[in-house]
Design a protein around this ligand. Structure first.
Ligand code: GLA
Length: 389
């Protein structure tokens, strides 16, 4: 664990002097190596659970109330543990509230407690702090109530919380990797069958760098469901010729081309991203098994181009970081990661090139944009877990 547990417990005790913490939950952020915007289209994704995580210090109480404090802005919410109620105006609190409610619907009624949340991954920073908050909360509540739950079920329940309490129709990737990550491995997840495979992250002497633009373009939230509608429209056109098609996962590039004339050109490009990204990700799994960093890097770049031009979910800041990074000797590849419209890009970099990339970003990116990029390295860590104190 990278966090100083004793210091966290001390901070807990300042906020909740009357409660005695008994356990600590660690729930990691995620970066997706490749397979973007295909989890809701039955595709393959290849994320890692990051070494950076969100932590929850947990104390049981017998007052029937759940009080949740976050160090982000030092805010708190409180509600009856057995009845979290509907979503309200405190956005971050809804991820917690929603998770408690989804557990309640599974017959797991929360007991009184104090949760102290501290995140190394910024909330809303493009590495799925929201999934970490949901899965971390679920683990905390399960521990408080003396229950256990299969990680796949936990991930699905956490996603339900996001759908119903954050009104975000997300796919399954973020909650799955947060619950099922494995140290030193990427997770190849088949979003249709939900089959998982942990593939060793052994791409030679490389490091994975995360480059946070520190921007979040508001249009992203509304465009996410628009993309889902567009690919559903494309699928409907293709289904007219081949009714057995269940999703774009079943569509070959040739079949897509054959349907092109009947499709709105924008819808066609959206579908082309999905079909090509699913293929690229399956290929990336092979390349990772073969420890081929240059080939992996090329797939990352192709993925970014497709997200930028066909799916149109990138933005000026992400494109600038990817262009800059891929021009640096020793950088194998770079791409935006996550939903896009801001957030983070990642780069696969030969270790000796790490400082070169850092320096280039300082000189050529930070001088051009309002917010400097926050750049750091990450490694693949374990999924969410409970640690007794
Ligand atoms: C967000 C969603 C995920 C996935 C990505 C894009 O992170 O939560 O389900 O769709 O965007 O790949």
């Amino acid at each position: 664990m990278t966090v100083n547990t004793a210091e966290l417990v001390q901070r807990f005790s300042k906020v909740f002097p009357d409660a005695s913490p008994t356990l600590l939950v660690r729930a990691p952020g995620r970066v997706n190596l490749i397979g973007e915007h295909v989890d809701y289209a039955d595709g393959f994704v290849l994320p890692i659970a990051m070494s950076q995580a969100l932590y929850v210090v947990v104390a049981p109480t017998n007052d029937g109330t759940l009080v949740v404090h976050t160090t982000a802005g030092d805010q708190a919410i409180r509600f009856p543990a057995a009845d979290p109620g509907p979503p309200d105006v405190v956005k971050w609190g809804n991820y917690v509230r929603g998770t408690v409610e989804m557990l309640r619907r599974e017959g797991i009624t929360c007991k009184g407690g104090r949760l102290f949340i501290h995140s190394e991954v910024p909330l809303g920073g493009g590495v799925s702090s929201s999934a970490a908050l949901e899965v971390g909360t679920a683990k905390a509540i399960l521990a408080l109530t003396g229950r256990t739950m299969d990680p796949v079920k936990t991930a699905l329940l956490a996603r339900q919380a996001e759908h119903q309490y954050a009104q975000s129709p997300c796919g399954i990737m973020d909650q799955f990797i947060c619950a099922l990550g494995k140290e030193g491995h990427a997770l190849l997840l088949d979003c249709r069958s939900r089959a998982i495979e942990h593939l060793p992250m052994a791409l030679g002497d490389t490091v994975l760098m995360v480059m946070n633009t520190q921007v979040k373009h508001e249009v992203g939230a509304s465009q996410y469901p628009v993309r889902q509608k567009q690919i559903a429209e494309g699928l409907a056109v293709l289904k007219a010729a081949k009714p057995a098609l269940a999703s774009l996962r079943d569509v070959t590039p040739e079949q897509l081309e054959a349907g092109r004339a009947k499709m709105d050109p924008v819808v066609y490009r959206r579908c082309r991203h999905i079909v090509s990204e699913i293929q690229r990700t399956a290929h990336a799994g092979e390349v990772l098994r073969a420890n081929d960093a240059p080939a992996f890097g090329r797939l990352m770049i192709a993925s970014h181009v497709s997200l930028r031009d066909d799916y149109e979910v990138s933005c000026e800041e992400l494109d600038a970081l990817v262009d800059l990074a891929t021009g640096i000797p020793g950088v194998y590849g770079a791409r935006m990661t996550g939903a896009g419209f801001g957030g983070c890009a990642i780069a696969l970099v030969a270790r000796e090139a790490e400082e070169r990339l850092q320096a280039a970003i300082r000189q050529r990116y930070d001088s051009r944009f309002k917010n400097p990029a926050i750049v750091y390295t990450t490694t693949a860590s374990n999924g969410a877990a409970v640690h007794p104190l």
